[in-house]
Write a protein that binds this ligand. Structure first.
Ligand code: HEM
Length: 492
């Protein structure tokens, strides 16, 4: 071997070419020697600084870019093997309860009963968030969201006496919604919309207690690993921010609209932000629940064929989940613009495949503020989602997958078709409260099935690499190591 490859790695990340030459020589000279070489390289690349992590990324990219004849195949195979054994070593340490971090190490060192308690708690919190999304939808669909004209972070006491109700009603009667839409509302009707909004707010605050109370208990029992602690802290912050975003949204609806004929309603942008952030909290919480329930990736001990099948399926699932996210966001704009009360025909929009006033507003605002464009885009995104989900299922038939992955892929197709059909019925019936809510539940369900599938086929290499990076490196090094692992996974 020319010089010490380890020294190359330490000194300068740009020496990937030299390392490659060394590797080729050593591979042709002696495979066992090459094994040792790669183990050392990988460990060096992962241990310590970001620069070393970059070395690994450069090294891997170099191998990937070059079509190496003969021994090149050896190099690739060895690199993959070594990567796996190097990373599995760390994962094994964690399963023996050593305090290391990493995606599947959220629960490192916990007994099964303790882990089960966490799963129950996190599962309940995830379901709670889902129910909050649905209650939020009911609040909007019953036009209750603007009934409470004040907001306090610590919470409001509901009106108890006739005098309190009178005061709350007086405040409402100063709002533009009462002025322009609800002038004939009776006190009894006002009480109904008030209670719906009150319930939505209180359900959100109760989630804070259901989340934080057990978290403190589990912490005191030593059941929260540092990594889990950071994750929970982030979730708590996201939850608090969600409350602020909710009030920021409501405030936009309490202001007098510029157009004297416009119906007061909350800003569609703020409504979309509120919904997207709720989906984000739900996704992180559900993912954390699943990782706590199944800390070791399902494909860790699977055959190479199943791992490859899982990797290919991930290639479908990641863009598909993003597409569902974009479709759901466009749905929030349909809801925010009340666009479900226009063009209530299907498959055409009032007899036109593309509505005449698709480009009614100049500039990008058109796609968010023009009812025709907003609804057309939601339809188009929904059809694309359904077709992409069906194609994913067809493609998955030709892949080696576990029975669970197959079942979840089929479930995704069923839910996607069901959700789109429900959307059509919701539109044709002018968005009754029950169907509007069911359509929201459908969106959450599709998202959940895809998350579940993605979690099931998650990359063992990435998880283990994450563990390794968390143990040895800085966040920058972790990023580099993960990039290296992703490239290695691609090369298989
Ligand atoms: C995979 C397909 C679909 C997904 C993921 C999806 C998702 C969503 C979401 C998240 C909302 C917002 C709900 C809310 O905030 O209350 C929404 C609203 C809506 N969607 Fe869809 N949707 C899909 C398909 C469709 C289709 C095919 C149609 C009709 C052609 C449709 C019609 C509507 C209507 C009318 C609303 C407004 C409901 C309201 O005002 O509450 N959706 N959609």
């Amino acid at each position: 071997m020319a010089g010490s490859p380890l020294a190359h790695t330490r000194e300068n990340g740009a020496l990937a070419g030299g390392i490659l030459a060394d590797a080729q020589t050593s591979v042709s000279a002696s495979p066992p020697q090459a094994l040792g070489f790669f183990t050392a390289c990988l460990r060096q690349a992962c241990v310590g600084s970001a620069a070393k992590g970059e070395n690994l990324a450069a090294l891997v990219r170099n191998w990937q870019d070059q079509r190496l004849p003969g021994s090149g195949q050896w190099v690739r195979r060895l690199l993959c093997q070594q990567w796996r054994s190097a990373t599995t070593g760390v994962a094994a340490e964690s399963s023996r309860g050593l305090p290391v971090g990493g995606p599947e190490l959220l629960t490192a060192g916990l007994s099964d009963p303790s882990r089960r308690q966490l799963v129950w708690w996190l599962g309940i919190c995830s379901a709670w968030v889902a129910s909050l999304v649905v209650i939020g939808g009911v609040t909007r669909l019953t036009r209750s969201g603007l009934s409470m004209t004040e907001w306090k972070f610590s919470g409001e006491r509901p009106p108890m006496s006739a005098r309190d109700w009178g005061l709350a009603f007086d405040l409402y009667r100063m709002s533009p919604e009462w002025e322009r839409v609800n002038r004939s509302i009776s006190l009894e009707e006002f009480k109904f919309i008030y209670w719906v909004e009150y319930m939505h707010r209180m359900w959100g605050r109760m989630l804070g207690l259901v989340f934080a109370g057990p978290a403190v208990y589990f912490l005191s029992r030593g059941m929260i690993t540092p990594l889990m602690g950071r994750r929970l802290g982030l979730l708590f912050l996201m939850g608090g921010t969600q409350g602020l975003v909710g009030w920021w949204m409501v405030r936009s609806g309490l202001q007098e609209p510029e157009d004297p004929h416009a119906v007061p309603r909350v800003s569609p942008y703020r409504l979309a932000a509120h919904l997207v952030s709720a989906f984000g909290i739900y996704a992180l919480l559900a993912w954390t629940t699943m990782t706590t329930a199944a800390p070791t990736p399902a494909l860790s001990s699977a055959s190479l064929a199943l791992r490859q099948g899982g990797a290919r399926l991930r290639g479908w699932l990641i863009p598909l989940s993003c597409l569902v996210g974009v479709t759901a966001t466009s749905g929030a704009f349909v809801a925010g613009m009340d666009a479900g009360h226009a063009f209530n025909t299907w498959p055409t929009m009032n007899g036109q495949w593309v509505p005449d006033d698709y480009f009614a507003i100049d500039g990008p605002r058109n796609f968010f503020e023009n009812t025709a464009a907003v609804q057309f885009n939601h339809r188009l995104l929904a059809y694309t989602t359904v077709v992409a989900t069906l194609l994913m299922v067809v493609a998955s038939r030709r892949l080696a997958l576990t029975p669970t992955a197959r079942r979840l892929a089929t479930a995704a197709a069923v839910v996607a078709v069901g959700q789109a059909s429900l959307g059509v019925v919701t539109l044709l019936t002018h968005v009754p409260v029950a169907l509007g809510s069911a359509h929201q539940v459908g969106a959450l369900s599709l998202f959940t099935v895809l998350l579940g599938l993605l979690h099931h086929v998650r990359s063992p290499e990435l998880s283990a690499a994450g563990a390794m990076a968390a143990r040895y490196g800085s966040p920058a090094a972790a990023g580099c190591v993960l990039l290296g692992a992703a490239l290695v996974t691609q090369m298989k």
